[in-house]
Design a protein around this ligand. Sequence first.
Ligand code: FES
Length: 108
Amino acid sequence: MVKLTFVGADGRTYPVDIEAGSSARDAALCNDVPGIDGDCGGVCACATCHVHVDSAWIDRVGRLAEGSMESELLQFAEGATEDSRLACQIALEADLDGLVLHVPAQQY
Ligand code: FES
């Protein structure tokens, strides 16, 4: 299992556990984390799973790859920053145990 914590725009925290290999989008949806809708089913086509990776974790998760489909989608997302990622594109393996993701205020 991998543990991660979502932090809402109001500061409320949502600690969740999920099987390794799952995506952060699935972790949010399985645990009813508000603000993460994941409407496209996790195929990088909607940006409703936009998160800001905590600054302590962004190097381990990795920033957006320039020119990627994920990058193209996020350029139109409200509140996107250099720490933005799509939760459906973050695969949760043991090296991300303890990950912290912030839900943008624009998604409520
Ligand atoms: S769930 Fe649609 S882009 Fe992530």
